[in-house]
Write a protein that binds this ligand. Structure first.
Ligand code: GLY
Length: 423
């Protein structure tokens, strides 16, 4: 099997790391990849949204399967592009069709899908310029905090949680008037849940599914979950409070109805589903779908998958996932993300990264890195994720922190409290 993986972050390095363990893999390309993927695969300098260049590359390099990492190309229709082209119809694409990707590409669509299929989610109201007055009135009809979500993709920045009513009302107006460009010309107002957040991941062929793990991500830049939102500063899998009984509820009330809903809608979906959940008392609620794996959640979920990932992807493509075995390691896996000083605001790139080879007890997953004049340098806000196994979460975290202290680059920052709330 010759595979092209699209993306360039820690998520893609973790997927690549798992793919290259398969005896079924003959060749792995990553476009555009990072310095970590270049050590285990061949990087190709093509943007994930340049479908014509991807097509030419796939044809001239006899690629059999494309695995899509980030949401952008999925929302832009990469699956449909390949499936509707006769020359390319033999190529498997792991990722949903454009219609399936709307679960992430439109928050309004996702909420109406959840309601249609009785999937437990907070109440909501969708606002555009035409009903802005009603939206402002809706906000004043309940107590805060107020959750405002840009309908479209906004690079992870499109969700605001605001305590104060008048601030929420002015933010709603700003969003509708273009705060996040076209992505917020429609805004979903959602009720706030008091509970604890977690994510559950599934792989589906559109009919069958496997739940491939749970994870807790730490999104804020500051310790104690303070400060600005980031892409994610660390993660833990499995989630200790998501016991068997709770996970059964997640499967019965959320995962299965979602896959059945996709089938009833006639949506072609062969890929990952990321369920963004809240546990409220003992019950799960969904607040969002993503149509890809999470980052840094992938860096703790992939290491726990014992099953051959190429075989799993083949059974997804053949719609035979129901016949496949799936095995998850019972060990914990944790990751701590090293980020550039200043991130998620202004930060400098091009800082030399040293001592990665000194790490002994963790897997070094590269995120924003590249090689420059034979030196490994930072190339993004999130730079390296250090993933470690342990029989307990504490043991895994200890290893991740030993490794985090070994690697150096100017301005290096990481949170010291990953997993503390779960101990
Ligand atoms: N870590 C959150 C996300 O990938 O969306």
């Amino acid at each position: 099997m010759r595979i092209l993986l699209l993306g360039s972050g820690g998520r893609e390095h973790a997927i690549a790391w798992k793919l290259v363990q398969s005896s079924k893999l003959n060749k792995l390309y990553v476009a555009p990849g990072n310095a970590g993927t270049s050590e285990i695969a061949e990087n190709v300098d093509i943007s994930v949204n340049d479908f014509e260049k991807i097509e030419a590359f796939v044809l001239s390099n006899q690629v059999d399967m494309i695995v899509v990492g980030p949401e952008d190309p999925l929302v832009n229709g990469v699956y449909d592009y390949f499936k509707s082209n006769k020359k390319l119809s033999h190529v498997s694409v792991i990722g949903p069709s454009k219609a399936g990707a709307l679960l992430e590409g439109s928050k309004d669509y996702a909420k109406s899908f959840m309601n249609k299929y009785d999937i437990p989610t907070p109440k909501y109201y969708t606002v555009t310029k035409a009903n802005l007055d009603l939206g402002l009135e809706f906000l004043s009809s309940f107590e805060g905090p107020y959750v405002l979500k840009a309908d479209g993709l906004a690079a992870g920045k499109g969700v605001l949680i605001i305590e104060d009513l008048s601030e929420a009302q002015s933010s709603l107006e700003e969003m509708i008037n273009g705060k996040f460009g076209n992505a917020s010309s429609k805004v979903v107002i959602e009720g706030f849940l008091r509970g604890i957040e977690l994510s559950v991941f599934a792989l589906t062929d559109g009919k069958n599914y496997k739940i491939i793990g749970s994870a807790k991500d730490y999104k804020r830049i500051g310790e104690g979950d303070t400060g600005l939102n980031t892409g994610g500063m660390g993660a833990v899998s499995p989630v200790p409070f998501a016991d068997e009984e709770f996970m059964q509820k997640v499967e019965d009330r959320i995962v299965r109805p979602t896959v059945e809903g996709l089938q009833k809608e006639g949506i072609d979906y062969k890929g990952f589903i990321f369920f963004g959940l809240f546990k409220v008392e003992e019950d799960p609620y969904i607040i969002e779908y993503n149509v890809r794996m999470g980052d840094p959640e992938t860096e703790v979920v992939m290491p726990r998958i014992k099953t051959d990932l190429v075989e799993l992807f083949e059974s997804v493509s053949d719609e035979k996932l129901g016949e496949s075995d799936f095995e998850l390691d019972s060990k914990y896996c944790t990751t701590v993300m090293l980020v550039s000083g200043g991130y998620p605001e202004q930060y400098e790139k091009g800082k030399e990264i040293t001592n990665t080879k000194d790490v002994e007890d963790s897997i070094v997953f590269h995120a924003g890195t590249k090689m420059e004049n034979d030196k490994l340098v930072s190339a993004g806000g999130r730079v390296i994720a250090l993933s470690s196994y342990g029989d307990s979460m504490e043991e895994a975290l200890k290893k991740s922190y030993i490794s985090a202290n070994k690697i150096n680059f100017e301005g290096k920052y990481f949170r010291n409290d990953i997993g503390n709330d779960l101990k």
